[in-house]
Design a binder for this molecule. Structure first.
Ligand SMILES: [Zn+2]
Ligand SMILES: [Zn+2]
Length: 402
């Protein structure tokens, strides 16, 4: 059972509350283009787990079955122990996810938003499977796979609520636990805040291992990454840093660097590549967020398409047992295409309209074949035609304005 799926209604209720706080306080922490990108990566991340986690789990289970020195039995005390031990290893997995290039390539996505709100929490990678190696000691020590998976999910759920700018300093709680304030520091690109506060639930590990930094009043956090993503494409957000490493690997003349650059400290680049292909870093003194100005109609369109994608993803995830591998693959490919296509529309690229036309036509044909003459088909055709008309009108208005 994937606990995270059952937490989804709670996630959206809290987003609703945060939007209410935004309205009451008149803050400006949400942008539709940014939030839809974050939420779409969250959907893709859940879908990727269908395939990507099979190998790490199998390895964890086989290490536990064959090499565990002890067998932890479930009791209230051992559940708490497992939760704390998991968080300890999470600290190291997260710290290396920042410090080693190939691991950062997977994790950078979570930091690529230049906003900080509850949708940022759901900006989760689809390629994070290498991190499991940090949890292998738990298999060796005898923590059963089911307990480890459960506390892992609880750990992730805990981290959700800290992604908000509406909660300030929490006093004594800040000393022990990860909080909105100390996790804002973790998402900052200001020099003083970089590579700080890796904890998942307990901030104690950072205090213990020298990576703690408090949020400072005279240093307002600038959210995001130094090599800005500048895109609303959730697929590209997953691939951006892999691409940079791959380009460096192609460009360097040294074979030693070609092999080792993947495993070096994040930010390190072969000297010959730095010279020939310098990278632009965000100018923090004159910082401006990546933005495209969407009309209300385009915003509504993007939200509607996101809702359809999420419904499709949930339908797949809750029916994995009855869907064939081909059906799963087909549905996942469609959701990936749709996320990409909506991102392209939000970037105001004219070919996004063609992509959306292809998407709706394809969807109607598939539903026609699966449920001919049903009310579902009629509803879908009506929805698609209205959506496309709205998209066409709004996009034309938007492009004229740009
Ligand atoms: Zn991080
Ligand atoms: Zn975070």
């Amino acid at each position: 059972m994937n606990i995270i799926l059952y937490a989804i209604p709670g996630f959206f209720i809290l987003i609703g509350l945060e939007l209410l706080a935004e309205k009451i306080r008149g803050t400006n922490y949400y942008r539709v283009n940014d939030s839809i990108t974050s939420l779409s990566t969250g959907v893709l991340s859940q879908l990727s787990k269908v395939v990507a986690l099979l190998v790490p789990f199998t390895i964890y289970i086989s290490v536990f079955d064959n090499f565990a020195v002890y067998q932890v039995k479930a009791s209230p005390v051992t559940w708490v122990l497992t939760f704390v031990v998991y968080d300890f290893f999470y600290y190291w997995a997260h710290r290396y996810a920042h410090e080693i290039s190939i691991l950062w390539a997977a994790h950078v996505l979570h930091h690529s938003s230049e906003e900080y709100n509850l949708t940022t929490a759901l900006r989760q990678t689809s390629t994070g499977w290498l991190s499991f190696v940090f949890f292998i000691p738990m298999a060796l020590a005898g923590f059963p796979p089911a307990m480890m998976i459960t506390v892992g999910a609880l750990n992730l759920i805990y981290q959700y609520w800290v992604h908000t700018r509406h909660i300030g300093d929490l006093g004594w709680y800040e000393l022990i636990f990860v909080t909105p304030s100390n996790h804002r520091v973790h998402h900052a690109q200001n020099k003083v805040y970089i590579d700080r506060n890796y904890g998942g639930v307990f901030i104690l590990w950072d205090r213990l291992f020298g990576t703690f930094q408090q949020e400072l009043n005279d240093q307002p956090v600038i959210f995001g990454i130094r090599g800005a993503l500048k895109s609303w494409n959730p697929l590209w957000a997953n691939l951006q840093f892999y691409n940079q490493l791959f380009q460096d690997c192609l460009h360097t003349k040294s074979w030693w660097y070609k092999i080792t650059l993947w495993f070096r400290r994040t930010g390190w680049r072969p000297p010959d590549v730095i010279e020939a292909y310098p990278l632009l870093k965000t100018d923090l003194d004159n910082f401006s967020k990546f933005h495209t100005d969407l009309t209300r109609g385009l915003k509504a369109y993007a939200i509607l398409q996101y809702v359809i994608n999420t419904a499709a993803a949930l339908a797949v995830l809750l029916n994995l047992e009855i869907l064939s591998a081909w059906q799963q693959l087909g549905a996942i490919s469609f959701i990936m295409f749709s996320s990409y296509s909506v991102g392209t529309v939000m970037e105001l690229k004219p070919f996004g309209l063609t992509l959306e036309l292809i998407k709706h036509t394809f969807l109607i044909v598939v539903v026609w074949v699966l449920f001919p003459q049903g009310w579902f088909l009629m509803m879908l055709v009506a929805l698609s035609v209205c959506s496309l008309l709205a998209l066409q009108t709004n996009a034309l208005k938007q492009f004229a304005r740009a």
